[in-house]
Design a protein around this ligand. Structure first.
Ligand code: FAD
Length: 468
């Protein structure tokens, strides 16, 4: 019972392969695409990502945190660009040591593959797409991208880490051998990636250590820095039925008109705006929920394959890395001693899903909340007052107060589901108090904090009574 097949060598699959190999399992990792260390790919597909504490914890578990940090650029806050091109920095936290990191997706993926490959009990196969999984017998059939030949791999257990469009999940859905619940919800917005290149001498064209946001209500632009001085820019825009939408932006003149009106300070920073706009694909954004994540004690879904979420909390990869941490903890608690190879996978998988599912659902819902917060609320006065107050609370009472964003992003000791419950109650409490004018300038900061805490507890109590 020690041959593990991992399908999909993206971020989750390669970290999982590394960790399972460190635990002594024989690991075969199979990826549909070519080896990204040899072939450049992924044009227009989320080139950089925000890596935060939950993700770093996963990397730490596998002993690669320090190497990964060399690929990171700290981002201390959101740099908001308003419609008049004014900017202001809204820190992510009042605690100085809390920030998120911009990291290159291929850079991080390559690091994980390199580290996994150093372990003799890991074999990595590229260019092979999984087509079929025998769920009851833990075997899978792959098609070689070049020769079109089939390859069948027999394992003791299979992990499906093949992303949001998972073939492994589709096999579970299509099998009709057990009740499989599945939902997929698309956003009305798609995304397109653009680039602010580095200056001629390799410098940054705007402030480096922030996640830049241009919130415009229905549409939004964001930019994350890269190590080479460039920024990856992502435009989130409705597909249709809006003054500005992908369906309407059909000529370079229209694209320039739109950008000049909505994001005038960006136009001069993207010299190839129209070219990139019409060359780069429109990506879709959706939430996938399903259950069970496992079948017959032979197959388990992890990462986006189990729970794809929209990217507005910057947590999809972080959650996928946290999956590996939680799985490792479950394995340690049920497989004694650490290196003993006999595992009752059915029990491990069930226990893992029991612990993890509610948190995956919570971060999915939080990510949709943040979609609205980022595109609309960051530009609204009451939300800016709330944010300022929370930042001061965190600076003055670092042990006592964590905003919803901090609970999700920095407080990895509490689960996503707890962060959702407490974070939403706190948000409601502060907004109510500000709206009713109950937080006044005359009050001391401590009095304000006590009032927010009291109101939060009252809301949590009411929720408890209402939802049990
Ligand atoms: P993936 O990274 O998608 O990897 C799946 C792998 O499986 C791929 O290599 C794929 O080629 C392979 N594969 C697919 N099908 C098959 C098959 N049939 N056979 C074999 N292999 C297969 N997350 C964050 O934490 N922070 C962010 O800032 C952030 N920003 C994002 C921005 C955008 C625009 C998007 C779309 C996502 C963002 N995410 C972010 C989410 C993050 O990208 C995902 O959550 C993360 O990549 C999940 O990792 P994964 O390994 O599960 O899936």
């Amino acid at each position: 019972m020690n041959n593990i097949l991992i399908i999909g060598a993206g971020l989750c699959g390669s970290l999982l392969a590394l960790r399972m190999a460190q635990r002594g399992f024989e690991v075969t990792l199979v990826e549909k695409r070519p080896d990204l260390r040899k072939v450049t790919q992924d044009a227009g597909r989320s080139i950089n990502l925000a890596l935060s504490d939950r993700g770093l914890r996963g990397l730490r578990l596998a002993g690669v945190e320090e190497e990964a940090k060399k690929l990171c650029i700290p981002m201390n806050g959101r740099m908001i660009h308003d419609a008049k091109s004014n900017t202001f920095l809204s820190p992510y936290s009042g605690r100085k040591d809390e920030y998120i990191n911009s990291v290159s997706r291929p850079g991080l993926n390559m690091l994980l593959l390199d580290e996994a490959e150093k372990i003799p009990n890991v074999k990595i196969i590229f260019n092979h797409a999984c087509e079929e999984v025998d769920l009851e017998n833990a075997s899978a059939v792959f098609k070689d991208f070049n020769t079109k030949k089939e390859l069948k791999i027999q394992a003791d257990v299979i992990f499906g880490t093949d992303g949001a469009g998972s073939a492994v999940r589709k096999n579970m859905f299509d099998s009709h051998k057990f009740l499989f619940s599945f939902s997929q919800q698309w956003l009305s917005h798609g995304y397109k990636e653009l680039e602010i290149p580095a200056t001629e001498n390799g410098g940054y064209r705007t402030y480096k250590n922030a996640l830049h946001i241009w919130p415009r209500g229905e549409d939004m632009l964001i930019a994350l820095p890269n190590l080479d001085g460039s920024f990856t820019v992502t435009l989130f825009l409705p597909y249709e039925n809006s003054d500005y939408c992908f369906a309407n932006l059909t000529t370079p003149e229209m694209v320039y008109e739109y950008f000049n009106k909505e994001f005038p300070d960006v136009v001069e920073m993207i010299p190839n705006l129209a070219d990139e706009f019409f060359t780069n694909p429109i990506g879709q954004l959706g939430t996938v929920k399903c259950s069970p994540w496992h079948s017959f004690g032979k197959v388990l879904l992890m990462g986006d394959a189990a729970h794809a979420i929209v990217p507005f909390y910057g947590q999809g990869m972080n959650a996928s890395f946290e999956d590996v941490v939680v799985f490792d903890e479950v394995l340690s608690s049920l497989q004694q001693p650490l290196q003993k190879k006999e595992v009752d996978w059915n029990i491990v998988f069930s226990e893992y899903e029991k612990r993890r599912k509610k948190d995956a659902d919570a971060i999915a819902d939080l990510a949709v909340d943040n979609f609205h917060e980022m595109k609309e609320h960051t530009a609204m006065e009451i939300f800016q007052r709330k944010r300022k107050l929370e930042t001061v609370f965190e600076a003055e009472f670092p042990e006592e107060y964590y905003s919803k964003y901090s609970l999700v992003t920095f407080k990895e000791s509490i689960s996503y589901s707890e962060a959702l419950k407490r974070g939403r109650a706190q948000d409601k409490a502060i907004l109510n108090l500000l709206d009713d004018g109950k937080i006044s300038e005359e009050m001391s900061l401590k009095e304000k904090l006590e009032l927010v805490k009291k109101e939060t507890e009252a809301i949590l109590h009411d929720d408890e009574v209402a939802f049990g």
